[in-house]
Design a protein around this ligand. Structure first.
Ligand SMILES: Nc1ncnc2c1ncn2[C@@H]1O[C@H](COP(=O)(O)OP(=O)(O)OP(=O)(O)O)[C@@H](O)[C@H]1O
Ligand SMILES: [Mg+2]
Length: 336
C-alpha cells in the first residue's frame, strides 16, 4: 500500500492575480522509500509538501497518508494524523531559548508529557543523530549540521511514519550535506520511515533517493526510478534540470548532433572519449559531464557534440557500441 497517495491535486492561491502553484498533480510514494521531488525555484515543490500534511489545504484533489484521506478528516483527527508526519526545513526552526535536548522534548511536552518524562524519551534520539554530548548546548552554540540533527531528532521523537524534508540540506556545505543525507538514509533503513526529499539539487536525489518526480511549472513532468529519469530524460523540463542551459558558448560549437552517453559502471570514461576521437580522427565537444568514478569505472552521463560529418558520427557510435556504452540522440534545438 502506498504511504502517500496524491490524486489530481490542484492548489490555487486566490487573489487579484491568482497563482496556480499545483495543477493536477498525482503521485504515489511507497512505504519505506526515499522519494525525491526536484524542480526549479517557484515550480511548486514547497506547496506540494505543505499539501502533504495539509499545512496548505488543496483547492481540489485528494491527499491520502497511510490510508487516511486527510482532506476529509475533522480537525481533531487531522491533528492526530499530522503527528505521524514530521517535517524538516532549510532554516532548522529551533527554539533559541531551549537547549538541544529541550528542543527535542518540545513536541512531547506539547502533547502533554511532563518535562522529565520527555527528557527520558528524547535523549536516545539525540544519541541516534550523533549529538549525545551536546544535549545542553543552545542553538547558537551549534553548527548548521548539528542544528539540523537536532531538528531531525525533534521530528523522530514523535515516531513519524513520514519525514518531509524541504531543502533540508540547502543551507549546508557539501561535506555536512553528505553527513545529513547519510543520516536520513540510516534512519530510513533502521526505522523504516518513509522520507520525502524536496530539493533543487540533482546530487541530493542521486545520493539517497529511490525514485524521483520532476516538477516544472506546477506539473509533474516525469517520475520514476532515479537512474531512469536522470539518464533518459524525456521532457525538455527534465533536460533543463539535468543539463543546465548555456553549458557551451555558440563560438565553440562544431554544429554537429548532440548525443547523451550513459556510463553504467562497465568502463572508465576518459578512454571512451579519447577512443572516439582517435578512431574517427575528429574532435568532439563535451557539453556537459556528470560522471563519478567508482573503483575506476564511470557512472553517470555526458552530453557530447559530435562532428557534422555523418560518416564520422557513425564511426564514433560504432566505437561506443563496441565499448558497451549506451547513447541517445538529443534534440539540439532545445539547447540552441
Ligand atoms: N501563500 C502563497 N500565496 C500566494 N502564492 C504563493 C504562496 N505560496 C507559494 N505561492 C506561489 O506558488 C508558486 C510555487 O511556490 P513554491 O514555494 O511551492 O515553489 P518552490 O518550488 O518551493 O520554490 P523554491 O525552490 O524557490 O522554494 C510560486 O509562484 C509562489 O509565488
Ligand atoms: Mg520551496
Amino acid at each position: 500500500m502506498s504511504m502517500i497517495a496524491i490524486e489530481h491535486l490542484t492548489k490555487t492561491f486566490p487573489g487579484a492575480s491568482a497563482v496556480t502553484a499545483l495543477a493536477d498533480v498525482s503521485l504515489s510514494i511507497e512505504s519505506g522509500e526515499i522519494f525525491g521531488i526536484i524542480g526549479l525555484s517557484g515550480a511548486g515543490k514547497s506547496t506540494l509538501v505543505r499539501c502533504m500534511n495539509l499545512l496548505e489545504r488543496p483547492t481540489s484533489g485528494s491527499v491520502r497518508i497511510n490510508g487516511a484521506e486527510l482532506t476529509k478528516l475533522p480537525e481533531r483527527e487531522l491533528r492526530k494524523a499530522r503527528q505521524s508526519i514530521g517535517m524538516i526545513f532549510q532554516s532548522f526552526n529551533l527554539l533559541d531559548q531551549r537547549t538541544a535536548l529541550d528542543n527535542v522534548c518540545f513536541p512531547l511536552e506539547l502533547s502533554g508529557m511532563s518535562r522529565s518524562e520527555a527528557r527520558k524519551k528524547a535523549l536516545p534520539f539525540l544519541k541516534l543523530v550523533g549529538l549525545e554530548n551536546r544535549e545542553k548546548a543552545y542553538p547558537v552554540q551549534l553548527s548548521g549540521g548539528q542544528k539540523q540533527r537536532v531538528a531531525i531528532a525533534r521530528t523522530l521523537v514523535t515516531d513519524p511514519k513520514v519525514i518531509l524534508c524541504d531543502e533540508a540540506t540547502s543551507a549546508l556545505d557539501p561535506t555536512t550535506t553528505q553527513a545529513i543525507l547519510a543520516l536520513l538514509k540510516k534512519l530510513n533503513e533502521k526505522l523504516g520511515v518513509t522520507v520525502v526529499v524536496i530539493t533543487h539539487e540533482m546530487t541530493v536525489v542521486e545520493q539517497i533517493c529511490d525514485r524521483v518526480a520532476i516538477i516544472a511549472d506546477s506539473h509533474i513532468v516525469e517520475q520514476g526510478v532515479v537512474a531512469d529519469v536522470f539518464h533518459h530524460p524525456k521532457t525538455a523540463e527534465a533536460r533543463q534540470l539535468i543539463t543546465p542551459k548555456g553549458a557551451i558558448s555558440e563560438k565553440s560549437r562544431i554544429h554537429g548532433p548532440l548525443y547523451r552517453i550513459t556510463f553504467d559502471g562497465n568502463t572508465s570514461d576518459q578512454p571512451v572519449v579519447s577512443g572516439m576521437v582517435l578512431t574517427s580522427g575528429a574532435p568532439v565537444n563535451i557539453w556537459y559531464a556528470d560522471t563519478k568514478d567508482i573503483d575506476g569505472k564511470a557512472h553517470g552521463q555526458m552530453l557530447l557534440e559530435l562532428p557534422k560529418d555523418p560518416a564520422l558520427v557513425n564511426k564514433m557510435l560504432a566505437f561506443l557500441k563496441s565499448q558497451h556504452v549506451t547513447y541517445e540522440k538529443e534534440e539540439a534545438e532545445y539547447y540552441g
